[in-house]
Design a protein around this ligand. Structure first.
Ligand code: NAD
Length: 478
């Protein structure tokens, strides 16, 4: 399979004709090629998006835009299995995870379809003789940089929100996983999106990605990826005074108090670190457990970890492979540091014998008594590695929870209502979940971070405020 860019509702060869091999993480073998985008391709995509914004797409009434988004949602729903297969192979996701992502992207477009004609301004009481109103207007052309871990979901929340606000989009997906997005853009053209509303240029971050962010024709950048690249992207965008939404990494804590319902919490704690092989920005990668129940909870966690099975996407087990060999090496490096520093592996899952040796597998690993200031407790591993540590009281739990550079998501497990409220306020994170984690995806729920986890919000209606600019109109009429 040889995939091209998708620009102006057409498949377009890269200028210069270079390609990138696509590797199947389940067996480590190449199975397709994508176009290697460059500044020339980015320029073409941005010009095409600009023409759409100034033409048919930009002039389309909001309700009509909503109908198109809804049509796309329905078309995705009819093809959930097709998207499941593409995403599972491209990302190495177990089928059930890939299917959940395909269903989620349809739901994003459904949500944003209904929101298109509900984004409105206000009138503001002012001095006598004036009428003052605000308009929420699209920026124009928005650039979207997307990582490989949830291509479909992140496309839904980022491009869905931007289109709903009336922008035209240029998307640079990750070089490791972008095939589902090319198919999605093609499907959008099939259901009637005007030429240039959605454009996709594939390629490397330091080539096509940099060119997109630096281009003077971009009016807003939405970046989802690592904190280091996010900082770089914000610096480059600042040269053109372009606003940036940064959705970055995390080291999200799950805080388990002694009065928690452990039976309710355990499967959620496990899923929060095993889902997508731990390659999730909001992975619950630290578990803080009140000391009086620490041993009991750790035994239960260990039991559950030992039952986890890892294998190829098509086997649809608890956990698939990591995305690429470098990611596998990164996880191994973290684990060898843990070993060198005497951190105990309490339990591990099993890589099934049928998993090809050339695939990028890592058994889910539970580490106990991880020192608070250790790399394993501070940095994002981005693999199925859970760092556990005890705490003595609420004050210490808060200190540990807030004691990293990140602040994306937190989970709090307690039956005490007053403590639920105190913790919700005290923990510094973009989302706090009490007696659940992730609320089952939460398309409607604003999402984003504080500190090194980024700024700006996507998902929910809040995203629309981020993808629109506010204009104040003051009319003096006497
Ligand atoms: P990454 O930062 O290496 O890459 C992300 C995207 O940025 C890719 O498309 C890549 O090609 C592009 N890129 C790389 N260098 C670039 C540059 N110089 N200029 C412009 N674009 C560039 O991240 P990754 O390893 O692909 O993804 C993992 C990271 O993403 C983790 O830190 C994870 O927590 C984070 N993430 C965050 C969220 C969120 O919503 N907060 C969601 C998913 C992933």
């Amino acid at each position: 399979m040889h995939a091209k860019h998708f620009i102006g509702n057409r498949h377009v060869n890269p200028h210069g004709g270079l390609n990138i091999a696509v590797i199947d993480p389940s067996d480590g073998k190449p199975y397709a090629e994508i176009a290697r985008g460059n500044p020339h391709d980015i320029d073409l995509a941005i010009q095409t998006a600009r023409a759409a914004f100034e033409g048919e797409w930009g002039r389309m009434p909001a309700a009509e835009r909503g109908r198109l988004l809804h049509r796309l949602s329905l078309a995705i729903t009819e093809r959930v299995e097709e998207f499941t297969q593409i995403e599972a192979r491209d990302c190495g996701k177990p089928l059930k995870q890939a299917r959940a992502d395909a269903i989620a992207v349809a739901r994003y477009f459904e949500f944003y379809a209904g929101a298109c004609d509900k984004l409105h301004g206000e009138t503001i009481p002012y001095q006598a003789g004036y009428t003052v109103l605000t308009l929420r207007e699209p920026f124009g052309v928005t650039g979207h940089i997307i990582p490989w871990n949830y291509p479909l979901q992140i496309f839904g929340r980022s491009i869905g929100g931007s289109l709903a606000a009336g922008n035209a989009c240029v998307v640079k997906p990750a070089e490791d996983a972008c095939l589902s997005l090319l198919r999605l853009a093609e499907l959008a053209a099939e259901v009637g999106f005007p030429v240039g509303a959605i454009n996709i240029v594939t390629g490397y971050g330091n080539e096509a990605g940099t060119a997109l962010v630096a281009h003077p024709g971009i009016d807003h950048v939405s970046f989802t990826g690592s904190p280091a690249i996010g900082k770089l992207v914000a610096q480059v965008a600042a040269n053109n005074h372009v606003p940036v939404t940064l959705e970055l990494g995390g080291k999200s804590p799950q805080i388990v108090f002694a009065d928690a319902d452990l039976e309710l919490a355990l499967p959620v704690l496990i899923n929060a670190i095993v889902q997508n092989a731990g390659q999730t920005c909001s992975a619950g990668s630290r578990v803080l457990i009140e000391r009086s129940i620490y041993e009991r909870a750790m035994d239960k966690l260990a039991d559950a970890f030992e039952r986890l099975r890892v294998g190829p996407a098509q086997m649809d087990l608890d956990c698939g492979p990591l995305i690429r060999q470098q990611q596998q090496q990164r996880v191994w490096d973290f684990l060898s540091d843990a070993h060198a520093d005497g951190i105990a592996v309490m339990a591990q899952g099993t890589i099934v014998p049928d998993a090809p040796e050339s695939g990028f597998y890592q058994a889910p690993t539970l580490l106990r008594d991880v020192p608070f200031d250790h790399r394993l407790a501070q940095q994002e591993v981005f693999g199925p590695v859970l760092a556990a540590m005890p705490f003595d009281d609420e004050a210490q739990a808060i200190k540990l929870a807030n004691g990293t550079q990140f602040g994306l998501v937190a989970g709090v497990w307690t039956e005490n209502g007053a403590r639920q409220m105190r913790m919700a306020r005290a923990v510094r994170a973009g989302q706090v979940f009490i007696n659940n984690y992730g609320a089952g995806g939460g398309i409607e729920l604003p999402f984003g971070g504080v500190k090194a986890s980024g700024h700006g919000r996507e998902k929910g209606f809040e995203a629309l405020y981020g993808f629109a600019t506010l204009k104040t109109v003051a009319i003096r009429h006497g």
